[in-house]
Write a protein that binds this ligand. Structure first.
Ligand code: Q0B
Length: 354
C-alpha cells in the first residue's frame, strides 16, 4: 500500500516475528571481501566504529564508516545492532544518513554507511566557533529540518534529535543519524537522564509532554529541533548550560525559554520559540520550518534584526508576575524557587529590569 504522499511509510522492525526478516527485507547484504577496514574512528555501544573502503561491482570505490559488532555479543545485542540497519535501510533522503549495506554472513557483523568527514555537528561547531556566516548556519538548520520533514512524513519519530546525533559531510551537508536502540555510549551517557520507568531521556532536548508522560511524536521532535537550532547558532553551547536536569524541567514548566544566542537574528529565535510552544499542536510542522528557513535564506534582509539578549527569557506575562511582587524575597517564596542558580539568575533579571 502506497500512502498518499510520495514517501513510503516506515515499518517498525520490532513488529516482525523474526527480526532477521526485517534485516533481509530492508538492507543489502555486502560480501565482506568488498569491505576494507582502514582505521578505528570511534567506540560504539556494540563495538568499534571504523573508517574504510567499499568496493561494489561496477561501482566506484567509496569511503564508508563501518560499525562492527564485537565478537561474543549476545543475540539480543546482535538484533539491537541490526535493528538500526533495518530502520536506516528504509530511508533514502539527502539529509538522512545513508545505509550502504550490512555484513551478516561473516564475522564481524558490520553496518556500512556513507562517511561523514566532518563528524558530529556539536563537536564540529565547537571546533569552528565563529567561522561560519549566519547564512551557512541557517543552511545547516535547513538541511536538518528537511531530513526531519522526510522522516516525519514517513511516520518515523526520532526521540533523540540533538546536534550530537547529526553528522556533517565534507561539503557541510548535515544529516540525521543515530537510529534505533543502538545508541553510541559516548553520546547517551552524558545526556541521558533516567525516567521513573528506567528509560533514558535527554531532558534538555525533550518536549515537556514526552518527559511527563512519554508522548513522543513528530511535534516533540520539533521541540528538539528548536534546541538543535539554538545549538547551531551558539556553535555547540550546552543548552541550559550547567543547570541540573530538574532545574531545566522546572524552569521550562514555568515558561522559561532559552534566550537568543549572541548575534542571533530575531526571526531565528522566534522560530525556536514557536518550536517550544507548550501546546504541541501550536508548534510548526517540519514542512513549515523548511519553508520559513528557505524564505530567510532567499531574503537575507529579514535576518538583519538581531534579537536583543535579555538575561532570562520569560514570556511577557511572567515579567509582570515578577514586577507585581514588591520584594524579591516575596516572589522567590511564592515561586518556590529555592535553587541558588535560579535565585542568582532571577536577581540578575530583577536588577536588569528595575
Ligand atoms: C572529525 C572527523 O570525524 C569523521 C567521523 C566520520 N564518522 C562517520 O561518518 C560515522 C558514521 N557514518 N556513523 C554511523 C551512523 C549511523 C549508523 C552507522 C554509522 Cl557507521 C558513525 N557512528 C559513530 C559512532 C561512534 C563514534 C563515531 C561514529 N562515527 C560515525
Amino acid at each position: 500500500f502506497q500512502s498518499s504522499s510520495s514517501v513510503k511509510t516506515y515499518v517498525d522492525p520490532h513488529t516482525y516475528e523474526d527480526p532477521n526478516q526485517a534485516v533481509r527485507e530492508f538492507t543489502r547484504e555486502i560480501d565482506p571481501g568488498h569491505i576494507i577496514i582502514e582505521s578505528v574512528i570511534g567506540g560504539g555501544e556494540f563495538g568499534d566504529v571504523c573508517k574504510g573502503k567499499l568496493r561494489l561491482p561496477a561501482r566506484p570505490e567509496m569511503t564508508v564508516a563501518i560499525k562492527t559488532l564485537k565478537p561474543g555479543a549476545t543475540d539480543k545485542n546482535r538484533m539491537d545492532f541490526l535493528t538500526e540497519a533495518s530502520i536506516m535501510g528504509q530511508f533514502d533522503d539527502p539529509n538522512v544518513i545513508f545505509l550502504e549495506g550490512v555484513v551478516t554472513k561473516g564475522h564481524p557483523i558490520m553496518i556500512a554507511t556513507e562517511y561523514m568527514a566532518n563528524g558530529s555537528l556539536d563537536t564540529f561547531l565547537r571546533n569552528n566557533d565563529g567561522k561560519f556566516t549566519v547564512i551557512q548556519l541557517i543552511g545547516m538548520m535547513r538541511g536538518i529540518a528537511s531530513g526531519m520533514r522526510y522522516l516525519s512524513e514517513m511516520g518515523y519519530v526520532h526521540r533523540d534529535l540533538a546536534a550530537r546525533n547529526i553528522l556533517v559531510n565534507e561539503t557541510l551537508v548535515c544529516k540525521v543519524a543515530d537510529f534505533g536502540l543502538s545508541r553510541e555510549v559516548d553520546i547517551d551517557t552524558t545526556d541521558g537522564a533516567y525516567t521513573t520507568k528506567g528509560g533514558k531521556i535527554p531532558v534538555r532536548w525533550t518536549a515537556p509532554e514526552a518527559i511527563s508522560f512519554r508522548k513522543f511524536t513528530s511535534a516533540s521532535d520539533v521541540w528538539s529541533y528548536g534546541v538543535v537550532m539554538w545549538e547551531v547558532i551558539s556553535y555547540g553551547e550546552r543548552p541550559y548550560w550547567n543547570w541540573s536536569n530538574q532545574d531545566v524541567i522546572k524552569a521550562v514548566d514555568k515558561g522559561y525559554r532559552l534566550p537568543p544566542p549572541m548575534d542571533c537574528p530575531e526571526a531565528i529565535h522566534q522560530l525556536m520559540l514557536d518550536s517550544w510552544q507548550k501546546e504541541r499542536s501550536y508548534r510548526p510542522k517540519f514542512m513549515q520550518i523548511v519553508k520559513t528557513l528557505d524564505k530567510l535564506i532567499r531574503a537575507p534582509e529579514l535576518l538583519r534584526k538581531i534579537a536583543k539578549a535579555r538575561p532570562l527569557h520569560f514570556p511577557e506575562s511572567m515579567q509582570t508576575t515578577i514586577t507585581q511582587f514588591s520584594r524579591v524575597e516575596e516572589w522567590l517564596v511564592a515561586s518556590r524557587w529555592n535553587d541558588t542558580s535560579n535565585i542568582f539568575c532571577t536577581l540578575v533579571t530583577l536588577r536588569w529590569t528595575k
